[in-house]
Design a protein. Structure first.
Ligand code: FAD
Length: 400
């Protein structure tokens, strides 16, 4: 790869990269595309890793995988980490000392799992994010008889993987720091409903449990808890969110306070011909304001737009993303901020509920609980940047 030159170079081989390669071709550009990714696997839809690959026999790794190369003719350089960018020379440098020249560079490096300093990753400790993690976990779960898995983290990855594993017959202990599972996100009645689904399924849900460290041995793992005591399990699966992967961009582009790569509405960074999209990008959302979103709708839509822009489109990125999660037979979708410390109003509707989150001046988030419809209406409501004096007057605003 040392003398390679590509019209389009994409760093990071995730979902945003796949979408961007498609966006380049959508725009009619025929120039060569190189996608450089540190993982050993092709771009893969990560949401399946904690859901359908476990719970729906119709979903296999083979039929879920993306076909980036076949569909876009991009060249994939896997197991290759980019460690530097020279914007004057228009070159990226890889860990193994090679350089690749670009006309346009797109950064889609997402993030690396947030880790607990005193709990190193290992054979029995997985910081869960990749297809490789799924394959390892699946192998371990199938090799053991009803293993005891400690899941650390009450966010969407922790809760989804806990639900998936208990349905595989594992003994699951879910450790999270809050009083009620989902409590920081959901209004109290919905959080109680959420937690009940886990306890009913046999998950041992332990609130107020912050893991501070731990160690693995040949036959198990011990997790130390902040409030004292420890938990022994066969495996630990940790899902605590990500830190944006930007170390190779130090001094190259401007970074946001949240650690993301700052881009404008055309997804341009502060460096010429360098763009960013997906989980790593902090962008100006027309409804939500400047933000960074770690969700798939954002990664694929922004990635696709970035591809078209790289290939010459003069459009702006103006998509406000939704996000979703599925556990057991519950699905929820949302737009905007889900922070239960805000004022909230829960509107019970046929089959589910709509929860509205309000600041003193406007509706800032909408949660659609067990409802398939309503995302567009929710986005339109947020775009109005207003609120009724009495939150209860929102009743019936969204009726999916
Ligand atoms: C288990 C799981 C379940 C999820 N479920 C949902 C869901 O239900 N709903 C939802 O909305 N979202 C979900 N998400 C989030 C969604 O998958 C992400 O938002 C999306 O994958 C982000 O795509 P990306 O391409 O921006 O980044 P990533 O998918 O993180 O891809 C970035 C890639 O770049 C690589 N990389 C980083 N640094 C370098 C470097 N220096 N050189 C080369 N390569 C590098 C990384 O290793 C990675 O492979 C889930 C995520 C996970 C992990």
């Amino acid at each position: 790869m040392s003398t390679e030159h590509h019209q389009f170079v994409i760093v990071g081989a995730g979902m945003a990269a796949d979408a961007a390669a498609h966006g380049i071709r959508d725009q009619g550009a025929e120039g060569s595309i190189a996608i450089i990714g540190e993982e050993p696997t092709m771009p893969f839809p990560r949401p399946a890793l904690s859901k359908k690959l476990w719970t729906d026999p119709d979903f296999t790794v083979e039929n879920t995988a993306l076909h980036t190369v076949r569909e876009t003719d991009a060249q994939l350089h896997l197991e290759t980490r980019v460690v530097g960018v020279d914007t004057d020379a228009h070159e990226v440098r890889t860990e193994d000392g090679r350089t690749v020249r670009y006309d346009k560079l797109l950064v889609t490096t997402g993030g690396h799992p947030r880790t607990i300093t005193d709990l190193p990753p290992g054979e029995r400790v997985l910081y869960y994010r990749s297809l490789t993690d799924y394959q390892r976990l699946r192998g371990m779960v199938e090799a053991a008889d009803r293993p005891h898995v400690a899941v650390v983290g009450g966010g969407y990855i922790g809760t989804e993987i806990a639900a998936a594993l208990v349905q595989q017959g594992c003994r699951v202990t879910l450790l999270h720091p809050d009083e009620v599972l989902g409590g920081p996100m959901f209004p109290a009645p919905l959080a109680r409903d959420f937690q009940r689904r886990f306890t009913d399924a046999g998950v041992d849900v332990r609130g107020g449990a912050t893991v501070t460290g731990g160690a693995e041995s040949a036959d198990g793992v011990r997790l130390e808890l902040e409030r004292g005591g420890s938990l022994e399990a066969d495996l630990a699966v940790v899902g605590l969110g990500i830190e944006p992967a930007t170390s190779f961009l130090d001094g190259v582009v401007d970074l946001a306070e949240d650690g993301g790569v700052l881009v404008d509405e055309r997804l341009r960074t502060s460096a010429p011909d360098v763009y960013a999209a997906g989980d790593v990008a902090t962008y100006p959302d027309p409804v939500l304001g400047r933000t960074r979103v770690e969700h798939v709708d954002n990664a694929t839509t922004m990635g696709r737009t970035a591809g078209r822009i790289l290939a010459g489109s003069d459009e702006v990125h103006d998509h406000t993303p939704m996000f979703y999660s599925d556990v057991f037979d519950l699905g929820y979708q949302a737009v905007g901020t889900l922070d239960s410390s805000l004022e909230t109003f829960v509107d019970e509707v046929e089959g589910g509920a709509v929860a509205y989150y309000l600041s003193s001046t406007e509706v800032v988030g909408v949660l659609l609980w067990n409802l398939d419809e309503g995302v567009d209406e929710a986005t339109e409501l947020l775009a109005k940047h207003t609120r009724p004096a009495d939150a209860a007057d929102l009743a019936g605003t969204i009726t999916p």
